[in-house]
Design a protein around this ligand. Structure first.
Ligand code: FES
Length: 106
């Protein structure tokens, strides 16, 4: 299993970029969700600021480039230029307070 981070390093709610693996993790309502850091609109990274992937209310994932908004649990875009597209989910597992990739990636 590939270690990503300790769950408690992510604020609740909050988000954390894992640059080494090109992904980010959002923690909300006690659950964690990981996605590739690539906006389906133009294929760029979603964040301008380190570890900032959520909107002002910490309720939706937001792309900093054109403001697309994505549902935390599903990655579906619900507003913006890529409406209806989805972020690419990355399966993770939680074990003893640590988050790991569910599948080792090449
Ligand atoms: S690049 Fe993300 S909304 Fe345009």
């Amino acid at each position: 299993m590939t270690f990503l981070c300790h769950k408690d390093t992510i604020a609740e709610p909050g988000s954390l970029g894992i640059d080494k693996h090109g992904l980010f993790i959002v923690r909300q309502n006690g659950r964690c969700f990981a996605y590739r850091n690539r906006c389906p609109h133009l294929g760029v990274e979603l964040n301008w600021t380190e570890n900032q992937f959520l909107d002002r209310d910490d309720s939706l994932i937001q792309c900093a480039t054109h403001g697309a908004l994505f549902v935390v649990e599903t990655g579906e875009c619900v507003a913006g230029p890529c409406l209806g597209d989805c972020l690419e989910a990355v399966p993770i597992i939680e074990h003893n307070g640590e988050l790991h990739l569910a599948e080792d990636q090449t």
